[in-house]
Design a protein around this ligand. Structure first.
Ligand SMILES: Cc1cc2nc3c(=O)[nH]c(=O)nc-3n(C[C@H](O)[C@H](O)[C@H](O)COP(=O)(O)OP(=O)(O)OC[C@H]3O[C@@H](n4cnc5c(N)ncnc54)[C@H](O)[C@@H]3O)c2cc1C
Length: 401
């Protein structure tokens, strides 16, 4: 067990779940991660193992066949998994966001239909807000859902769907003008559609095409895709929550828990980078001693470990706040911002400690170096987090009178 990133006050069940996941990561993920990543291969065996552990249903209520665990338990599991391989945490993250949105906002029929199969990992979720022309500015979405009798007809192009190919249920955010005349604020005229589809690429359902995998610098193994809708017909009962115009809020709620999740990933990747750095520093000798005995390297290790601790504490705090039922956008924004920035810095320091070998694909740190930047972008960039944090601070500290 590592000395860093311990969490006080966990129940016996939480500790048991985490110990099981950590063991799985050490035995089943770390030994194969780098090789699979270099081949950009989907980690089917690992995913099957996660299914067996029940991780796809970790936060889904027990009445729907899940484990009914808290966001904190989930985030701590994600931290462990990302320590092994960040792409694997990406595979469960969008699934988890869609399950969370269904649990919070779905109609009873939608919950009954999807949650039990999602808990078993049979239905796998992806969520889709971004488009080729926008990511941060969600209010500028152009994809449309137009009512036609008992159905909606969806048209538009989406971008950057994590699990776009492997998922079978995509929560797609579209503009819907039904009941929302021109001039309605953008965030009040958006709707989340629950789009079922076959896994794979090409035309996966009439009117719906998943063109293929986007070639990325890191975060490989997990598929990231575009999604093209052209006259895609969706039954009216597949509007999330049964009413149009609520999509923006539903998605933002999902993204808020997603931010805790990305913070947890940053913590996991940073921990692994620290482990690699501290180990290498004791093996490599220069000028007659282990480089760990040079003060400059010790200072690096000290800074890295402090960042790992700080990011973990903020991530845990943000998860606990959400679990208590309180608004956590400030804490989630801060945790996501800090954990992703620190992750990038800790990975860079571990890379430097490796000297020239850090540049070789034989060393795991090379993979981490290509993975960390994604965390600066996904679930809202650092600039967007700072906008959220700044706005909330001005609400909290508004001058009176
Ligand atoms: C690997 C990967 C997986 C992803 N998975 C998903 C997914 O599953 N579903 C999904 O919907 N999306 C997904 N995304 C998209 C991701 O959420 C967006 O890339 C992200 O929100 C940023 O949007 P953008 O790329 O359009 O950048 P832009 O919004 O164009 O921003 C470009 C730059 O401008 C800055 N900027 C923008 N607006 C402001 C402002 N007002 N003030 C100051 N600076 C600003 C940004 O911080 C950034 O530095 C994924 C992205 C990646 C890379």
């Amino acid at each position: 067990m590592s000395r860093l990133a311990q969490t006080a006050g966990l129940t016996d069940i939480q500790q048991e779940i985490l110990a099981t996941v950590r063991d799985f990561v050490d035995k089943e993920i770390i030994p194969v991660a780098t090789e699979l990543e270099h081949r950009d291969e989907y980690p089917q065996q690992i995913v099957d193992g996660l299914k067996e552990l029940g991780l796809f249903g970790l936060m889904i209520p027990e009445e729907y066949g899940g484990l009914g665990e808290s966001l904190l338990t989930y985030a701590l599991c994600v931290e462990e998994i990302a320590r092994g391989w960040m792409s694997v945490s990406g595979i469960i993250n969008t699934h988890f966001i869609v399950a969370y949105m269904l649990k919070q906002h779905g109609t009873q029929e939608q919950k009954d239909t999807f949650l039990p199969r999602m808990a078993a990992g049979e239905v796998r979720g992806a969520f889709s807000m971004s488009e080729p022309g926008l990511g941060s500015d969600v209010s500028a979405i152009t994809s449309k859902g137009v009512r036609d009798g008992d159905e909606y007809v969806l048209d538009g192009q989406k971008m950057w769907l994590t699990n776009g190919g492997t998922s079978t249920l995509v929560a797609v955010l579209c503009r819907s003008d039904e009941g929302h005349p021109e001039g309605t604020a953008p965030h009040k005229s958006m709707t989340t559609f629950l789009v079922e589809k076959e896994p794979g690429f090409g035309e996966v359902r009439p009117g719906l095409t998943i063109p293929g995998k986007i070639d990325k610098m890191g975060y490989k193994g997990v598929d990231t895709t575009e999604l093209v809708m052209s006259g895609l017909r969706i039954p009216a009962n597949r509007v999330l929550g049964g009413a149009t115009g609520r999509g923006f809020y539903q998605m933002m709620d999902g993204v808020e828990v997603g931010r805790v999740n990305v913070a947890a990933r940053g913590c996991g990747v940073a921990q692994r980078a620290f482990e690699l750095g501290v180990s290498y520093a004791q093996q490599r000798h220069t000028f007659g001693k282990a480089i760990a005995q040079h003060q400059a390297i010790q200072f690096k290790l000290a800074e890295m470990a402090t960042k790992v601790e700080a990011a973990h504490a903020m991530m845990v705090n943000a998860a606990r706040k959400k679990d208590s039922g309180e608004r956590n956008d400030l804490e989630a924004g801060m945790a996501k911002y800090l954990a992703s920035e620190y992750c990038k810095e800790v990975v860079e320091d571990a890379f430097r400690i490796h000297g020239g070998y850090g540049f070789s694909k034989e060393y795991e740190i090379e993979r981490l170096y290509r993975e960390a930047p994604m965390l600066l972008i996904g679930e809202g960039t650092a600039e967007i987090q700072k906008m959220i944090i700044g706005r909330r601070l001005l609400e909290e500290y508004r001058l009176q009178g």
